[in-house]
Design a protein around this ligand. Structure first.
Ligand SMILES: Cc1cc2nc3c(=O)[nH]c(=O)nc-3n(C[C@H](O)[C@H](O)[C@H](O)COP(=O)(O)OP(=O)(O)OC[C@H]3O[C@@H](n4cnc5c(N)ncnc54)[C@H](O)[C@@H]3O)c2cc1C
Length: 372
């Protein structure tokens, strides 16, 4: 086992270890890198903007801007490409046996979604997915949450000749937002020729293949669906399994979320913060909220490192749902506090660039890549 000890920290150079380089973890690492000795632990070499990933499946070059090597924004910190498997009061243990000492720990492991190691491999994965779409005449999408709906929208917009079937276990699409948004989305998808089946699930063990390569899928209602391929767009588990045998086992709630206080600290732990989807904050799990968690935690951590008192710490207020789900390159459905709209107007806000330029700017990068 390899113990990584930074020199004894000065007040302005405390060892901050961030576990998880997704939306929240990468932003806080970037924000703290010039005021602390920052180490980011993530199993892949890059941060990916998740809400751009479905466009990258139909246009892999889109991923050039939305898959960002950690080294591009973390110029004054260290990246350890590994998985955290355990923590103690003073150290994080990684899967290949390194101990990383910390003064402050930030846990931002979000959802578990195995991904390729390098940006090149990730872009290669998108190329393979595009080929899969192109070579299929009929496509089954399993899951009618935001991921399934956005993928159906991308494929329907770019490949209108494909036969798309979307099967969703729930009684309406996009159950995380209001019924009006669900109805409008259902109508939009149907207007593009997408067949939507609600209140059904697909058992992937039931697939049978015919000699021409067409597969038959059977739903829980015993309906048969013929499709050349499928995409599984069901929710991913919260990545807190690794904490269940650590000092934080009692800080997890029944759903495996880390319990935080109003300052985004792990409840009862003075030097540990948790941010993003892993937290038990009562609000929908959204990237723009994960970014807000990161900014509040960064502010509080800076205050603590400067010797500030708890009474001065910033408070995070959970937000009400404000969501835009893109529907291809032009349209979107948006739920704001008082209204739900669908079509070009919300599409203008999100669907062309999918907030990629905006997110890159937040990470201190140019919105566009200049190719020489
Ligand atoms: C396809 C898709 C579309 C979305 N669209 C939107 C949208 O339009 N708007 C919006 O606001 N939100 C959207 N979301 C939700 C948003 O992406 C999440 O809320 C956000 O990613 C949460 O950020 P996070 O940092 O908590 O977790 P994540 O972004 O999930 O990052 C977690 C990181 O932790 C790493 N990790 C996991 N386990 C370990 C471990 N043991 N050790 C080290 N690292 C680990 C992972 O590799 C990953 O890098 C979308 C999500 C998806 C998947």
């Amino acid at each position: 086992m390899d113990r990584m000890q930074s020199p004894e920290p000065s007040r302005r150079n405390r060892r901050v270890v961030v576990v998880g380089g997704g939306v929240a973890g990468s932003l806080i690492a970037k924000n703290l890198q010039f005021v602390a000795d920052v180490t980011l632990i993530d199993p892949k070499e890059y941060f990916e903007i998740p809400w751009a990933s479905l466009r990258s499946m139909v246009e892999p070059s889109f991923g050039d801007r939305s898959v960002i090597n950690h080294g591009d924004y973390l110029t004054n910190g260290r990246v350890i490409t590994s998985r955290a498997i355990k923590i103690t009061d003073t150290e994080v243990l990684t899967s290949e046996g390194r101990f990383i000492a910390y003064d402050y720990l930030i846990i931002a492991t979000g959802h578990d979604d195995p991904a390729p190691l390098t940006k090149t491999d990730k872009l290669g994965e998108y190329e393979a997915e595009l080929q899969k779409i192109k070579s299929a005449q009929s496509i089954l999408i399993i899951g009618g949450g935001p991921v399934g709906v956005e993928l159906a929208g991308e494929i329907a917009a770019d490949f209108p000749e494909k036969k798309i079937t979307l099967v969703h276990r729930g009684s309406r699409l996009l159950e995380f937002i209001g019924p009006k948004a669900s109805d409008k989305t259902l109508n939009w998808l149907r207007s593009k020729g997408v067949e939507v089946k609600l209140d059904q699930s697909v058992d992937l063990k039931s697939i049978t293949s015919s000699s021409d390569g067409t597969r038959t899928y059977t739903t829980s209602e015993r309906e048969s669906i013929s499709a050349d391929c499928h995409f599984l767009c069901t929710g991913k588990p919260v990545a807190s399994e690794w904490l269940k045998h650590t000092i934080l086992k009692d800080n997890l709630d029944q759903e495996g979320m880390l319990i935080v206080d109003q300052h985004m600290r792990v409840k009862g732990r003075d030097n540990m913060f948790a941010i993003g989807d892993i937290t038990n904050v009562r609000e929908i799990k959204q990237g723009y909220l994960a970014q807000k968690h990161a900014l509040v935690a960064a502010k509080n951590l800076k205050l603590l490192m400067e010797g500030g008192t708890e009474s001065k710490m910033a408070v995070y207020e959970p937000r009400s749902a404000k969501t835009i789900v893109s529907l291809g390159r032009r349209d979107a459905v948006a739920q704001f506090s008082y209204t739900t709209i669908i079509g070009l107007v919300p599409g203008l806000i999100k669907s062309r660039d999918l907030f990629v330029g905006k997110t890159r700017k937040l990470m201190g990068l140019k919105p566009d890549i200049e190719y020489s």
